[in-house]
Design a protein around this ligand. Structure first.
Ligand code: ATP
Ligand code: MG
Length: 460
């Protein structure tokens, strides 16, 4: 439970909301506190300035002191906040004191000595509440004016109160919201998991139902389905491969068995027995060839065939295989010509490259008529060696061309078997070419002939 993504998402979501709330709450508190204090300071300052200006004006008009006191008292009545006012004259006597100060003097509460021109303080020992006290010394008088700070502190404690109960409420909402959000977005994942669980090795044709939405989950399903398709294809390939392989091995075995049963018949003459044994040997040779090829392909699939990286003189290799092929082709009176052999070396495995060439020449001989012609060419290009094996044999139908490199694929099964082919030669050839970083291509016209081209990178 604690490890589930749902739990983690909820935890993250709640933590982020809680931290955001705390930061916003703290910033709001600071801002409101600063604003209220500034506005209180402004009020106190305005009042002091008004009194100072007023006294100066009254002096100019030479009005009586009583008149001046009345006007100051009248002015403070209209102040939106309670004011404490005290004015001392230059002789050191109290010139004016607001009634709410009777028996007390504001001058006592000033923290700094009154030899400054302007002071703004918050004494904490004034009656039962704090005040903001301003002091202004003019040429005519010393003005003390204070206002209670309760307006600021009560507003701030109210704000703190609101934030205090909103915090837990926001946290509960965040936990619930996070939990539902996580559950909603993960419910689809659960569905995908269940659908994926149902797809077993023998149900690889099934797919996870795709959603129309092109979101992360849609992409995940698509990727899953593509992966299952690939698995399906390779399972099919494996099934096909093992089916074909057992078929290929069963056929020669059946032939051997039938032949041996015939030989056991007492009426068979010694000459006939010899012929039967020769036929069995033929089948056994063919079978061991097929098994060898099958093993090679299986090992190459598993990456167990080490490919050498020697410098191979392809011209020499070409000349040698040409000489061998002249002998092989002579049985069908086929003429082999080495039309061109440029000097070229590649990096690779000589044994495998020879096997590749012999496979192509073997096909050219097998699928050509008597007295046919085979042409070999080795052309050096800028960065590549091009080996071309062409014949004027039976050719390959266009529809079969893309499949002739598949394992066990033969254009005419019956005919190829007659000639001893299992359909593995070109698969091995393609594997060798690709392991050397090259490409293998084919051009063919039915009844005209075929041309196989191997392109290998040149080592320099
Ligand atoms: N030169 C060619 N001319 C005509 N058909 C060809 C030629 N080369 C290959 N093919 C066709 O391609 C098929 C596959 O060739 P591949 O060499 O893989 O198998 P194979 O020759 O039948 O058997 P194997 O090579 O295993 O003995 C052949 O059965 C044949 O039908
Ligand atoms: Mg072949």
């Amino acid at each position: 439970m604690l490890r589930s993504i749902r739990f983690k998402l909820t935890l993250w979501y709640s933590t982020i909301v809680a931290v955001t709330f705390f930061v916003v709450g703290f910033a709001t508190y600071q801002f409101v506190s600063r604003m209220l204090n500034a506005s209180l300071d402004q009020s106190v300052t305005n009042e002091v300035q008004w009194i100072a200006a007023h006294m100066e004006k009254q002096d100019e008009r030479q009005e009586s002191a009583a008149n001046m006191r009345d006007e100051i008292q009248e002015h403070s009545r209209f102040s939106p906040l309670k004011e404490y006012v005290e004015i001392w004259d230059t002789a050191g006597h109290i010139f004016y004191q607001s009634r709410n100060l009777t028996g007390d003097t504001l001058a006592h509460y000033l923290i700094a000595p009154p030899d400054h021109r302007w002071l703004l303080e918050t004494p904490t020992n004034f009656r039962d509440h704090d005040i903001r006290l301003a002091f202004n010394k003019t040429s005519r008088a010393s003005i003390y004016l204070a206002m209670p700070t309760t307006i600021v502190t009560s507003a701030l404690s109210e704000l703190l109160n609101i934030l205090g109960w909103m915090g837990p409420a926001v946290l509960v909402l965040a936990v619930l919201g996070g939990f539902f959000l996580a559950r909603k977005s993960l419910s689809k994942v659960t569905k995908v998991t269940e659908a994926a669980k149902r797809i077993t090795a023998d149900r690889l044709h099934d797919r996870i139902p795709e959603t129309a939405v092109d979101d992360e989950l849609g992409n995940l399903i698509l990727t899953f389905n593509e992966m299952i398709s690939r698995l399906d294809a390779s399972f099919e390939q494996m099934k096909q491969f093992s089916g074909d392989a057992s078929h290929e091995l069963r056929t020669p075995l059946t032939v051997i068995r039938t032949q041996l049963e015939t030989a056991l018949n007492s009426k068979v003459s010694p000459a006939e027995t010899k012929m039967i044994i020769a036929r069995c040997l033929d089948e056994a040779i063919r079978m061991s060839g097929t098994i060898e090829n099958l093993l090679l392909l299986a090992r190459s699939d598993a990456g167990q065939v080490a490919m050498k990286a020697d410098r191979v003189d392809v011209k020499e290799l070409m000349v040698q295989t040409y000489e061998e092929s002249v002998i092989l082709a002579s049985q069908k009176s086929i003429t082999v010509t080495l039309q061109k052999a440029d000097p070229v070396t590649v990096q690779g495995d000589e044994y495998r490259l020879r096997q590749m060439l012999l496979n192509l020449i073997d096909n050219a001989i097998k699928y050509s008529r008597q007295k046919g012609a085979i042409n070999l060419r080795l052309v050096r290009e800028q960065n590549a060696a091009r080996i071309i094996v062409s014949d004027n044999g039976i050719g390959i139908p266009e529809a079969d061309l893309p499949r002739i490199f598949d394992r066990f694929y033969r254009v005419d099964r019956a005919r190829s078997r007659e000639m001893g082919g299992a359909g593995l030669g070109l698969s091995i050839t393609r594997w060798i070419v690709e392991a050397h970083g090259g490409t293998l291509s084919v051009k063919s016209d039915l009844s005209v002939g075929s041309e196989f081209t191997v392109t290998l990178p040149v080592s320099g």
